[in-house]
Design a protein around this ligand. Structure first.
Ligand SMILES: [Zn+2]
Length: 218
């Protein structure tokens, strides 16, 4: 691993702890109401969310097996390859926080592709939607527009689909970072406009790294 790749890896590790506790279903994240321990006598909540611990241990970038690499030419657009598990960045993008966060969402979605996570993903979707509803103007309109996104097919071919879960998490990261909505989603396009500043609002107070061990699930 060269110096650029070490710097990229350090950024990914930092952002993983800071911004992705929800996609790892960590204690205290917005998904907690769905994932928290249940009183087994409470029949309102079936135990469907209690999956084998080894499955939870596969969630997250560090356990994903993905390698973040720096490739030539320097302006290579960041791209996720699912086989072999690789996320490649041109040198131009290795300090681009929006670009790194964008690709990290793709990897997180991939780690949740096991069908046993279907309900987890639904819960995550709902929690993100509820969090954003009061904070992002015209959220429903934005979602519908994203569903009809004119270059969706081309983008899906290039770096994976930008479905609604991806879209909501990208908006949530925009909020946390104090960026305009859709900065993480469309980082390439924004970068192509000279003079465009993407940092426009005070960042939402970030969450610190939560180092306590994972709750044991069974
Ligand atoms: Zn993408």
């Amino acid at each position: 691993m060269n110096e650029d790749e070490l710097a990229l890896k350090a950024a990914v590790d930092e952002y993983e702890d800071e911004y992705f506790e929800d996609m790892r279903f960590e204690d205290g994240s917005i998904t907690d109401p769905f994932m928290g321990e249940r009183d087994s006598s409470d029949r309102r909540y079936p135990q469907v969310y209690h999956l084998p611990a080894d499955l939870y241990n596969r969630v997250g970038i560090r356990n994903s097996g993905y390698r973040f690499t720096v490739v030539s030419p320097d302006d290579s657009t960041p791209t996720v390859l699912f086989k072999p598990k690789t996320v490649s960045f041109g040198r131009k993008y290795i300090k681009d926080k929006a670009a790194i966060l964008h690709e990290m969402i793709h990897v997180h979605e991939e780690t949740l592709s096991d069908r046993r996570f279907t309900l987890h993903k639904d819960a995550l979707f709902l929690c993100l939607y509820n969090k954003l509803k009061a904070k992002v103007d015209q959220l429903d309109d934005r979602i519908f527009k994203q569903l009809q996104f004119h270059d969706g097919a081309e983008r899906a071919l290039r770096c994976g689909p930008h479905g609604i879960l991806f879209y909501l998490k990208a908006l949530e990261l925009d909020l946390r970072c104090g960026w305009e909505p859709e900065t993480v989603l469309g980082f390439e396009k924004i970068k192509q406009k000279p003079g465009v500043s993407i940092k426009v609002a005070p960042a939402e107070k970030g969450r610190g790294c939560r180092s306590r061990p994972r709750r044991q699930k069974e």
